[in-house]
Design a protein around this ligand. Structure first.
Ligand SMILES: NC(=O)c1ccc[n+]([C@@H]2O[C@H](COP(=O)([O-])OP(=O)(O)OC[C@H]3O[C@@H](n4cnc5c(N)ncnc54)[C@H](O)[C@@H]3O)[C@@H](O)[C@H]2O)c1
Length: 317
């Protein structure tokens, strides 16, 4: 018998891959999404399955808990993946981003409490802000500008971690907190403003690859199937403190762009634009905790992941 699992934000990039894997493993999945940044196309192939329900709803809305309690008598697990996640999206929807990290997170925590379910919250490496420690360990408290353009996202996730910790302390709720670092793969939107789709679409069209600043700032990219594996291991674990999930293979933006040009045989040239405010200079997870406590580390190589992603973007162009 599979479990009944809710995936909030299940029509998005990571959430839809998570729904796929959970359904494949025999679980009954209820995807709740308001499609603010997601797309029904990501879950179209699951729609006919008796193991899959789609509920179009805003998890931040006041009637959410009663509506879901009226639908399902029993739920085993909840994954909270709901939030705009790319800088383009959360700058366009700053209030909605703050609402979903606060009201939405509280609604889902209350649902979990009512059902006696486990819940996993998708937090982010952005809670470290522009980090003054490198690589980032979970013990680092971060360096966040509370009023900058990115604060709607960073602070909403920091609030989400704070309220999750309060539910653990006050109610003994089984909450898992994943600090997700940059993830990429099929079903990202070509125009979502994140580095991988940006560089890929520019390289596939032989257009100039735009790098902000000198390109020496670093990021590390994790392929989506590795991330989903990490999320599921964390959910099954007994770790109730934040865990970094990401690929520690750190690359400068300049190296990254050159790698993509080479891998895709593109004719693109690299051009530099002004660096946006509060852009973090360095980003690499320390994944010692995930390795020791979850037995997890990424398996998909940069070349494998990038080729699979390029295939998807070629088809969806
Ligand atoms: N992709 C990454 O690199 C990354 C890195 C760190 C953290 N995360 C976190 O992982 C989660 C998923 O990210 P993603 O990249 O798949 O983003 P995404 O935008 O593709 O998916 C988010 C989904 O949540 C839905 N959503 C947003 N607000 C909602 C609301 N109020 N009610 C119901 N549904 C709502 C959107 O419609 C979308 O389908 C997010 O919480 C994000 O903050 C992602």
């Amino acid at each position: 018998m599979g479990k009944r699992i809710i995936v909030a934000g299940g029509a998005g990039f990571i959430g839809s891959h998570l729904c796929d894997t959970l359904v494949k493993e025999g679980h009954s999945v209820a995807c709740i999404d308001n499609l603010i940044t997601g797309d029904k196309k990501n879950i179209d192939h699951l729609m006919g399955s008796e193991k899959f329900d789609y509920i179009e709803a805003d998890v931040s809305s006041s009637g959410l808990v009663e509506m879901i309690r009226g639908k399902y008598q029993h739920v085993d697990e909840i994954y909270d993946m709901a939030s705009p996640a790319s800088p383009v999206d959360y700058v366009m929807y700053p209030i909605e981003t703050l609402m979903v990290g606060s009201f939405g997170a509280k609604n889902l925590l209350d649902l979990a409490l009512g059902y006696g379910a486990r819940i996993l919250m998708a937090s982010t490496s952005e809670v470290y802000g522009d980090p003054l420690e490198h690589p980032q360990k979970e013990e680092y408290w971060g360096n966040v500008n509370p009023v900058g353009v990115r604060s709607c996202y960073d602070e909403s996730k920091r609030f989400m971690e704070a309220i999750s910790s309060a539910y653990i302390r006050k109610h003994g709720l089984k909450v898992r907190i994943a600090r997700i670092f940059n993830t990429y793969g099929p079903r990202m939107r070509l125009n979502d403003g994140r580095v991988v789709p940006n560089f890929m679409s520019q390289a596939l069209n032989d257009k100039d690859i735009t790098i902000y600043g000198d390109g020496l700032q670093t990021r590390s990219f994790c392929y989506v199937s590795d991330l989903v594996d990490g999320l599921m291991r964390l959910m099954a674990s007994d770790v109730n403190t934040p865990v970094n999930l990401g690929n520690p293979d750190e690359k400068s933006m300049l190296d990254f762009a050159n790698n993509i040009i080479k891998l895709l045989g593109s004719k693109s040239r690299i051009v530099h634009l002004e660096l946006p405010p509060d852009d973090p200079q360095r980003r690499r997870p320390d994944i010692t905790k995930a390795k020791n406590r979850l037995g997890w580390e990424p398996k998909v190589t940069f070349e494998q992941g990038m080729m699979r992603t390029a295939e998807y973007f070629k088809k969806s162009r």
